[in-house]
Design a protein around this ligand. Structure first.
Ligand code: FES
Length: 131
């Protein structure tokens, strides 16, 4: 490989990194505005306490106390999808063991930032989730 080819390959790598960086920031900054109709079979499980569903990168949980919470499904450590456990009312990450309370606050690392929490309002069987 001559010097010109080497410099071209460096330029291509740098351009690829910029594109990847832009895509990840788009995902994190996307505005959330979702309606979840628990009257449909797709989301009817949410009528039961201790349950959760994932809708467009948002995990919506019905807590043991009867409220609803919604957080970004991506763990703040390295973006694995978190899961909700109703019995302990917390979110946990299967990749490296981070856990978060029902408000998204970090309980155990390695994550050191909270999950992004969204606003949830309810009208009948429909949840409205917004950023
Ligand atoms: S990605 Fe969640 S703990 Fe590492």
């Amino acid at each position: 490989m001559d010097r010109l080819d080497f410099l071209k390959s460096l330029g291509l790598t740098a351009a690829a990194l910029v594109v990847v960086g832009d895509l990840s920031s788009c995902k994190k900054n996307a505005k959330v505005d979702l309606s979840v109709d628990m009257g449909t079979s797709q989301y009817s499980s949410l009528l039961n306490p201790n349950s959760a569903v994932v809708v467009q990168n948002v995990i919506v949980a019905h807590t043991p106390t009867g409220g609803y919470v919604a957080v970004d499904v991506a763990c703040t450590h390295a973006s694995c999808d978190v899961v909700y456990t109703g019995a302990s009312n917390k979110f946990s990450c299967p990749c490296h063991g981070s856990s978060f309370d029902s408000n998204g606050a970090v309980l155990n690392g390695p994550a050191n930032s909270p999950l992004t929490k969204y606003n949830v309002s309810q009208s009948g069987n429909v949840l409205h989730i917004t950023s």
